[in-house]
Design a protein around this ligand. Structure first.
Ligand SMILES: CSCCC(=O)C(=O)COP(=O)(O)O
Ligand SMILES: [Mg+2]
Length: 253
């Protein structure tokens, strides 16, 4: 068994629940030709207007730069996998339409759906923290080859409603939103810097080192590491009470 059952498990997506390839090839290639037409088709949508204005400002474009110039920046960011919030907002809208229309299906590693169902059934609550927009996250979990997993999830956090993934303040914000003491939350991610930030906020952490993923060789330092969610056994059969003890600030358990 890998410790007491946490009250909450917060999940990263890319490299953790799902392959990097499914995001960067599947989702990014779907968005690439659709971003320009999407911007032009939704000129009055406040989210689109705000995102386009932020792209112009962040890329140093003129305030009235046209869609073609904005799309050049968005494509450059996708090429470099820059997790820029306005890009994530626009991608999220395009992907949500793709999932709703049946053109996209989310990839999850085979160990993930059964683990999420078992943890949920045992009383652990689930949330997601990803650079992808909250809207994109919900669509991703809703439309999977293993059925609707979004119904298992009680919170979707992104760089807008929580903050940057490598800053401890974002994890403090999420714990407050969940109403959970920091030490009762376990974060699963493939990115050591994200785990460091979560640990600094007092969260429990486990690194996910999946074969064939870009960060397979990363050093996870003091964080516990698993290769599959199947290795995370909290004694579900025993239905233990959640660990709601006072967090020990900065300690990785
Ligand atoms: C399915 S949500 C979109 C995924 C995405 O755009 C992304 O950048 C994932 O980053 P993560 O923080 O989950 O590693
Ligand atoms: Mg990741």
């Amino acid at each position: 068994m890998t410790g007491t059952r946490p009250a909450w498990i917060v999940l990263d997506i890319e490299g953790t629940t799902s392959s990097t390839r499914s995001v960067r090839t599947g989702l990014y290639e779907y968005a690439r030709p659709r971003l320009g037409p999407w911007i032009d088709a939704h000129p009055e949508d406040p989210e689109v207007r705000d995102a386009v204005a932020r792209v112009r400002a962040e890329a140093g474009l003129a305030a009235d730069a046209g869609t073609a110039d904005v799309v050049v920046v968005l494509r450059r960011w996708m090429d470099g996998d820059v997790k820029a919030t306005p890009l994530k907002t626009l991608q999220g809208q395009v992907w949500a339409a793709g999932f709703a229309g049946g053109e996209l299906t989310a990839h999850f590693f085979p160990d993930v759906p059964p683990a999420l169902r078992a943890w949920h059934a045992a009383g652990t609550r689930l949330a997601v923290f990803s650079s992808g927009s909250a809207r994109a996250q919900e669509s991703w979990f809703r439309h999977t080859g293993a059925g609707d997993l979004a119904s298992l999830v009680d919170g979707f956090f992104d760089t807008v409603n929580a903050g940057a993934k490598r800053e401890a303040a974002s994890y403090r914000r999420i714990a407050e939103a969940l109403g959970a003491p920091a030490g009762a939350v376990l974060f699963l991610s493939d990115v050591p810097a994200e785990l460091d930030a979560a640990a600094e906020a007092g969260w429990r952490t486990t690194g996910v080192r999946r074969p064939g993923e870009p960060l397979e060789e990363a050093g996870f330092g003091r964080h516990r590491v698993v290769a599959s969610f199947g290795e995370l056994d909290f004694g579900e059969a025993g239905f233990r009470e959640p660990d709601l003890g006072e967090p020990s600030f900065g300690e990785v358990r």
